[in-house]
Write a protein that binds this ligand. Sequence first.
Ligand code: ARG
Length: 460
Amino acid sequence: MNKKNTPVWGTRIKKKTTTAFEKISSSINIDKRLYKEDIFASIAHVEMLNRQKIINFKIKNKIIWGLKKIQNQIVKKNYVFDYKDEDIHMSIEKKLFELIGDDAGFIHTARSRNDQVLVDFKLWLLKSNEQLIKILDQTNKNILKIAEKNIYTIMPGFTHLKNAQPISFAHYILAYIEMFNRDKKRLNNNFSNLKENPLGSGAISGTSFNIDRSYTTKKLGFKIPTGNSIDTVSDRDFVLDFLFASAVCAMHISRLAEEFIIWNSDAFRLITLNDKIVTGSSIMPQKKNPDPLEYLRGKVGSSYGNLFSMLTILKGLPLSYFKDLQDDKKIVFEAYDNLIDSLKVLNEVLKNFTVNRNEMLNLANKGYITSTDLADYFVKNLNYSFRKSYQISAKIVNYCEKNKKNLSDLSLKEIKKIEPKVNDDIIKVFDLKSSINSKKSYGGTSFENIKKMIKKYKNA
Ligand code: ARG
């Protein structure tokens, strides 16, 4: 739109856009979030135009003055985002006309909205990736605190949700640090594509003006200019990268949420959620429901949806820009907002639950959890093959089951009936602590390993 309130393309298109389309095609309520990046990039653009003698010094200064004023108005909430202005880019340009007159028209020399939008979007994503990495660091810190307090907290490790082998609760919770570190890595990997500067690609074919793309690249904090103008204006791979990284992170959160829901249940009681993170029932007075965790478990659904929306929009889309692409911002903002909220909620959860050590230990004493240790004992002490040892251990478990005993209740005499060659040091095999501490292989659950890993994570 120009100051006469007709779109800038109004000289060519004489009829007013139909109402329903005008409404859905306007994206200003979504892309107004890009205003800072848009102004920042426009300033770099006009500075470059002036350095290259494409616009003069006076006009450059006038434009920059106007853009700064607009930024000020937006920050102070003195700015009207009119849906009729289509998007934030046209809105700012129109405002610039109002503020400085026809010289505003020089701002769009040697650029198109196609490359303009991409610069803003990439700059926004660079900042937002960093924001996510920061909050993930906070999450890891919270996890480390829990781990440090629970090195000697013994619990059953599960496979198939059946008691598998004894582990330390610290070892369990530190598994999530590994996941969140991979999430950070994925977000970090996004930087290399994000740091390619689209500005200067124009609408599709570049520009005939003598622009300096390395100047804007440096000025805007990019690394290199993009290499093909057609690819640049149609590429949304960087959007997919972001959405994928977000979806995986949301999935990790949902796994922890589900686990905590199970553990907090009346059947398990391995942890208890603090009153700050539960909700009541409208009818059942006794209830304390783990709603925040259910929110976290469910939110991954939107995140996958965001990724699939974008993948589907891009499927079969010919080169180069099409309006189909406009929804990219809405999708990314939603994914980002949900993930930030989820991480904040997760951090609250991590600070507001208690570990029920006795319940964990009680559960670890069930389900013949040391039978692998028993098999290992035969391998180490009797020189049997692991398969043979497994069978003897299984026989002993069968005996326990039949006689309603735990492995640790067995006398040496009872064991000898099944495997006569054992001696009395076999009894310590059933001790949960010594089982845990025997897992000294790198990455295993032994207490020393855990301490080393905590140190490593702390120094990372
Ligand atoms: N708001 C639009 C978008 O983000 C701007 C692109 C304009 N380009 C065009 N050729 N209409 O997709």
